[in-house]
Structure formats: C-alpha cells, structure tokens
Design a protein around this ligand. Sequence first.
Ligand code: FO1
Length: 457
Amino acid sequence: MNRRNLDIDRRCRRLKEGQRGQGPVVYWISRDQRADDNWALLWAQQEAMVRQKALVVVFCLIPEYLGATSNHYTFMLRGLTGVQKKLQKLHIPFFLLEQSPVEALPCFLRQIDAHVLVSDFDPLRMKRQWQKQLIEEVAVPFYEVDAHNIIPAWFVSEKKEYAAYTLRPKINRLRDNFLTDIPPVQKHPFEWNLNATGFNSSSFSALTSDRDSTGKGKLPSGEAEAQLAADLFVDSGLAKYPASRNNPCVQGQSGLSPYLHFGNLSAQRLAWMVSKSELPVEDKAPFLEELIVRRELSDNFCLYEPGYDSFAGFPEWARKTLDLHRDDKREYIYTFQDLEAGNTHERLWNACQVDLVQNGKLHGYLRMYWAKKILEWTSVPEAALEYAILLNDRYSLDGRDPNGYAGVAWAIGGVHDRAWKERPVFGKIRYMNEVGCRRKFDVDGYIASVYNGDKQR
Ligand code: FO1
C-alpha cells in the first residue's frame, strides 16, 4: 500500500504540524478499541507504510475515568487484551501506559523518537482537553481520525444541530458515499526493535486479574464477541427490531451499545452488514436511523455544545419553561440515595433502577421514562440532570458516552425535542409516565421479570 487511499484520508484531519522523528508512527487508541475496521489504525498504518516506518499502538489507562466502576474496567481491559493479541500477530506492538495521556505521551513519543501521533476522535470534554494540551506538548505532527462515525462529525456539520430532522438530510446526502466496506489492516512490514528503547509492552494479566472477575461480566467483551453479537443481531434480531424495539419485555434491542461505546464494534461495519442484508428496507430503516442519525446527532451535540451535561446546554425554550415552573410544588422529592436504591413510590421506576444496577443496562424506551421521573421527583432541573447522568454513568455499561449525555439532555432538557402541552414541573418538556408505558408494553410482566432475575429481557 504505497499510494494513499482516499477513503482513509478523508476521515482524518491534521491538528498540528511538527518535526517527524525516525521512529514509529504512534496510534494512541482510546475511543475505538479494536484492531479491525478502525479508520484511525488504518490511517496510521498508511502513514507508516508510505514513510517506511514501524507502527505502534498505545493505550493510556486512567484509574478514575468519569466515575467508571470495576465492571467497566473489567469489560474494557478484557477487550483490550484481545486487541493486543490481534495487533501482535500483525507485528504492531501494543503498549499500555498507566498514566493520563498528558503525562505519558510526550515522554513516550520522545523516547521512541516517534514519527507522528494519531488519535481517534472523541467529542467529550475530557478528551478534547487532553488533545489541546498534547497539541502544546508534543513536537511531532498530530492527526485525528474519526473512527467512530460513518461520516466524520466535523465533516457532516460545522455547527450544533437543532434536532434529528435538521441533521438527517446532511447525513443522507453523504451516506452512500461514506458507508463503504472497510479495508483490512495489514501485517506491518517495518519492524521496530522494541528493546532499543527498553520498553516492554505491559501485560494485561495483572490488570485484569485484580479486577473482581465476578463483576457483572455477563456480557463477554472484546472484538470477537462483539462481531458474534453483531452477526446474531443482523441474522435474527433485525427483522423483529421494528416491532419489538419499544418493548422492554423482549430482547428487542440489539444489545450492542456497550460494544459500540468501547469501540469493540465499528458502527460502520454494523451499518454495512445491515445495508447488505436482504431484509426489506422498512425493516432496516428504524435500526439504521438509531445507529447512524441518532448517534451522529449525539456526537454533534457533545462536539458543539460545551454544556452537553448541564442546564446551559438545553435549548432556550426548554430553559425558559423549566425556569417558569421552578417553584411548582413537587408531589414527591427523592434524594440521590433514594433514587440509587430504587426507593420511590413507583414500582415501575424502582424496577428500572434495579434492572440498571443489576444488568448494567436499561432498555432505551425505559431510559426515557426513568430520566423524566427524576425531573419530576427532584427539587430543581439541575439536580435531576446531575443525578440521571451520575446513575447512568455509574451503572450503565455504555455510560460516559455522547449517546448517554444526549439521551439524558433530551429527556430532562428537551434537547433535540420540541415543546409539548404545558404542565406543572415539566412545563413544555415532553411528559412520560407509567400509564403511557402501560399502553406500550406489559408493565407488570417487565417488573416481575426484573425481580425474578429473568434474563429474557
Ligand atoms: N479511555 C482511555 O483512553 N483510557 C481509559 O482508561 C478509559 C477508561 C474508561 C472507562 C470507562 C469508560 O466507559 C470509558 C473509558 N475510556 C477510557 C473512554 C472510552 O474509551 C471512550 O472514549 C469514551 O468514554 C466515549 O467517548
């Protein structure tokens, strides 16, 4: 591969120029934790091939990432172990540095006389701060590749979109052009003499073994498991998706969001598999809408709205209406502890909370109802937002993700939604309650299935 592949190039943007070293090209892997279908790895490899350099991958492990628990770290680290093994077979050394990237990378790059630095795109505040600091600190050229979205977030829109209907046409115009198959990563021809720098790629065993393996590791993690789950969903779940996606009593959703969150599965690979399946278009459309439009809308929101996790990030109409109803009487007020323990007067809500804590996920439809009740049962909207984000990030395996922040902001602050009939506390924010859920699915069946630990959901 000596001529440049335009399909790879157009997903990359340069963050800064610099002095190229004689050592390897470095891909700092973070959001897209996979060897296959990873545009950032592919761009880094292309750069290394064209310049006849070695290629290394480095992951910076941060012990406290946005309140992640040992369940998240166990899931993530097991997945990374698989990535390391896959890369080793491709002669691409993998390093795990147990420090924040801002501390670890500048020194790592100097020690190996890196050629260039490549990172994967992530709109979250913490990642953008790291990136800003690294632009100051590192001497080598620094590139960013959007390996998470089908159309790079900065390319599909240069501003904060109002709702799905304003972003969808921009995506649809570009979708066929960007929704392509993804080339394989090659066995890398240029070796790099590891011991020359005294680096040994750290072993994961120490890190994974001391994590309580009894954690809710129900969902097997890693690229291979993600691909198996994606195959299973496309073969048998997709056809049922339109009918069962809003019914928490059946396994109607893909269950792929933890794999998408940690990047074990490429959304583009999944969209490509779906688009290639011979199901009728109307069976695929709802899932592709979620997978493509809703996810790109979430990245767009976090990229262009600095207050994506605060009241300030709500649209003006929502801030106004919530302010107007700030002093409305709340029939019930619960503390964070009440909510975390699932100790409210509403059985359905309590079941959702138990489900979230026990299974590390909450059905999409229920998550909307669950978040909206927190708005109803707290004294101010800011507390509701804080509690909903804290609980989702702490207990949901796919927490700490743009999808989660946009989802909570939609439920509590009307982000990407429109004004509805005005009522106490909510103002014009869309209202949801148990009666509405009973119209959609068997609420008692769901509650029973949670408390008898039924896996069918
Ligand atoms: N990314 C990292 O680069 N290093 C970490 O140590 C790390 C821990 C982590 C724990 C839980 C979690 O949900 C995500 C974590 N991430 C980490 C980030 C993740 O890879 C994603 O980039 C973002 O959370 C989604 O934008």
